[in-house]
Design a protein. Sequence first.
Length: 327
Amino acid sequence: MKNTLFTGSTCLLLAIGTLKPAPAAITTQTPSVIAQLTNDSLQPTATVEAEVELLDSGAEPRQELRFQPQVNLKQTSIMTMKMNMAMSLANNPMSGVNLPTMVMTMETIVTKIDANGDIHYQSSCTDADVVVDDNVPPEVSKAMQEQIKQIIGLGGSFVADNRGRTKQGNFVVPEGIDENIKPMLKQMSNSLEQFSYPLPEAAVGIGAKWRVSNLLNLNSMNLNQTAHYELVSFEDDVAILEVSMQQQAEPQELNPPGMPSGTILTLTSHDAQGQGNVKMPLNQIMPLSSSFSMISNTQMQFKQAGSNQETVMGSKLSVEMTLESAI
């Protein structure tokens, strides 16, 4: 479900936050997140329902795909994430950054099933660390380890319908977490819909294909996300899905939390492509296994308050994620 992907995306932001640009000018001009939350819980938020379009019903026999876990079902999931990032400044390439592999442990328990099939569950991150890698500078590994450790305890209570669409979520932030990180968590919690894998309403068979379209907002960026799914196997209530995803954003002015007054930050382009697969038992809350890789390219311009000079920044980020679950 969504909470593990939320945690993974949170770690992505934490990791990027540890990277310090080399030029002093960028250090002083790059917006810093300084806003603080006055409440340690991220309040429930209703999601914007994604548009699910069935493109092909697949072969006979067909049946409706619905999640039907039992109350008190407990799962432990291990998520592994590997990232690499390359940046450019004023169209001049900067040195690429190798980042250590991150490993997170999530525990999930189903607490209630409503008569209409809605699933209530709780989830939390119980462990998080990085894998030491000789190709990663020690200072980068240490900084990321300090950051990722802060998400231990991140979790909350959630409600999803039996098609896997989260209807409500209440995230709880661990005590002592860096105040600079809280605004990012709040914004991400307000965009829960971006982390869902909705199943089609109609009955489907092997070879079925559907498309899920979302208009998302992430860290003040409005973007269009389209995901394509294909049911490649369904046996003993275990579905195997092939997934491809695209993201695009039009040029727009950005206003992320904590950006200094008077600073103008403009997105000129954002494009991302990803693909992967999911092995999903319908009697569980989390996949047995999944893997996903994504490459994104982003270009931005920013202008410091009181200056007419615009600085162009570019980034290319590659992410590989895997997840393994056990009961």
